[in-house]
Structures are given as C-alpha cells and as structure tokens.
Design a protein around this ligand. Structure first.
Ligand SMILES: [Fe+2]
Length: 212
C-alpha cells in the first residue's frame, strides 16, 4: 500500500517503514524508524460494521492493563455498552488484544495504557510528537492519523494519512532515536464534518503504581 499517489519522497522512506506482517513490526525497536506502519485493510464486513454502527454505542475507555489481561478487560469495556454480539465485534476485541500483545513485546513492558476514543473534533490539530517512549495508534473508523516531516518549526511537509485500519507505531519525545523529532503527527481535521472516528491508542507503562 502506497500512502502517496506518486513515488514517496526520500525522507519518507528514511523515516517511515511499512510492513505487511505484524511480526515485522519489531523493526520499530531494532532500527531507527520513528514510524512503522502495519499496512493492512480490515475485512470488508468488519469495516462496514464499524462504519455503520451507532457511534454512541462504541465505548470510550482509559485503562491500565496487564498484557495478559487485555481480552478480558475489553470484554468488560464492551459489555458495559449495548453493542449486540457479532462476529465483527469478536474480531475487533481479538484484534485489539493482539495489537496490545505485539506492542508490549516490542516495548518490553508488561503494562499498557489502553485508550479507546470516539473522536468528532480536531483533538490534536497541531503537528507534534507525544511525550511517551512510543505509541501505537489504530484508527478503526474514519480517517487515520496524519503524519508529516518537520522541515522547520513552522512547516510540515510531505503530509500523508495512515490508512484506516492500519496500526502505526510512533516514537515519542522520551525515545532515544536521533531522528525522532523529524516525523510529526496529528489527528486529521474533521470538526464540522459530522464524521466520528474510532481510535485505539496503546502507550507503554513502565511503572503502573505511579500511574493514575
Ligand atoms: Fe499525538
């Protein structure tokens, strides 16, 4: 999957790595890419289901979870809502669980902060780097995260969107990659469009007792 209509700019290939298999996401901790994208599309029946469901039924959640308890935590989060059971819902919970396990292994942590958000505003409109070591973002519904290359303080160039359904691993300010500040990201501007996105975020937690 090419996120550019033409050939990608050379800085893109230096900063962003696309993989086809989730086991290859480990390149995020092994090499100097500030962004690694698992290029995929959701199965059409899953994408249609999540696009058409009443967004008021989709749960917002913030929880610290152990990597071995992601699935049961999600079952609690989603059972508190009123989404009817379906194969598509089962797939979604299993997918989030898998992404959490893969990401915790890459980041070498036992605990993660799980965030699920229904987003209808320009939540992070400015291009930025987050104050974390690394972050996994997967947009299941609506436009994906926008990334761009920082040319100077005031200009971000070569802007592209992470495809909907494709998880992206992003380096943060607390990471030690020397090129970590060259790649910025933001939520896509959607305010006023009536679009509701559904976004998963995982952050690594080093010390769960110090977290609220
Ligand atoms: Fe961010």
């Amino acid at each position: 999957m090419n996120v550019f209509k033409k050939n990608p700019p050379s800085d893109f290939t230096r900063l962003v790595h696309m993989v086809e298999d989730p086991s290859d996401l480990r390149v995020f901790s092994e090499k100097n890419y500030p962004a690694v994208i698992w290029s995929r599309q959701l199965l059409p029946d899953v994408q249609t289901w999540i696009d058409q469901i009443d967004p008021n039924l989709l749960p917002n959640s913030r929880k610290i979870v152990h990597k071995s308890a992601i699935q049961e935590t999600l079952e609690g989060v989603f059972n508190n809502g009123i989404i009817p059971q379906s194969d598509q819902l089962d797939w979604l919970l299993k997918d989030i669980t898998k992404l959490g396990k893969v990401f915790s292994n890459i980041m070498q942590v036992d605990f993660l902060r799980l965030r699920l958000d229904v987003v209808s505003t320009n939540s992070c409109r400015k291009f930025h780097v987050d104050a974390v070591t690394g972050r996994l973002i997967c947009t299941y519904r609506g436009k994906g995260t926008q990334c761009g290359i920082s040319r100077d303080e005031n200009e971000t160039i070569d802007i592209f969107s992470v495809p909907t359904g494709s998880p992206v691993l992003l380096s943060g300010l607390l990471d030690s990659k020397e090129n970590g500040l060259e790649l910025l990201h933001r939520s896509p501007p959607i305010e006023g469009t009536g679009v509701k996105r559904y976004v998963l975020v995982f952050d690594p937690i080093i010390d769960p007792e110090n977290e609220v």
